[in-house]
Design a protein. Structure first.
Length: 190
């Protein structure tokens, strides 16, 4: 698939991604309580085909896309939990869960990773290796859900990880990649 074709596939999903994000924004759940969110992600992933979808923990989801040819294992990760904040917005998709809000963009992260899974699931025959889509629970509450997911084996054999994250200063339509850490205030590659 060419870059232009990928761009077209992403554009065709634009309204669906917006709808996913709005739904998730309306139904936020706190860390370790993402039961409905995880079920929504699980059901959505299963609708794409070509994915092996599992629940490594009670409130996390993993989908594996095993390509037609051998190769490396790439993990793509998004967080799903919300914060204990009362939303004061008046959007049509404002939080319906009193005192809980997606104030950190995790609804967007989850929606973006769902879109990547949908597009890539259609490309199974072109994939070398495996792509794992990791929907992490409890990112906001220490020690967080990542520890549980790693203990459940989601990172076994993984060669590279990409974390989905919204970045307001990034130009629309662009993707930024940095080796090492980015959002902890320093770049570990320096």
């Amino acid at each position: 698939m060419t870059t232009a074709t990928l761009d077209q596939a992403a554009e065709q999903l634009r309204e669906q991604v917006i709808a996913w994000r709005c739904y998730l924004h309306e139904h936020p759940e706190l860390s370790f309580h993402e039961e409905k969110t995880a079920q929504f992600v699980y059901d959505t992933l299963n609708s794409f085909g070509n994915l092996e979808v599992t629940r490594p923990t009670k409130t996390s989801v993993m989908a594996r896309l095993i390509g037609a040819q051998p190769g490396k294992v790439l993990a793509m990760r998004a967080d799903m939990d919300a914060l204990p904040i009362t939303e004061a917005n008046t959007f049509a998709f404002v939080s319906k869960n009193q005192g809980v809000m997606h104030a950190c963009g995790h609804d967007g992260h989850t929606s973006m990773l769902l879109a990547a899974a949908k597009i890539l699931s259609r490309m199974k025959d072109q994939i070398k290796g495996e792509v794992r889509f990791l929907f992490q629970h409890a990112e906001e509450l220490f020690p967080g859900g990542a520890e549980e997911m790693v203990a459940a084996g989601v990172m076994d054999g993984v060669d590279l990880v990409i974390g989905a994250h919204l970045w307001a200063s990034m130009e629309f339509g662009k993707i930024g990649i940095v080796a090492g850490f980015l959002t902890n205030g320093r770049n570990q590659t320096e």
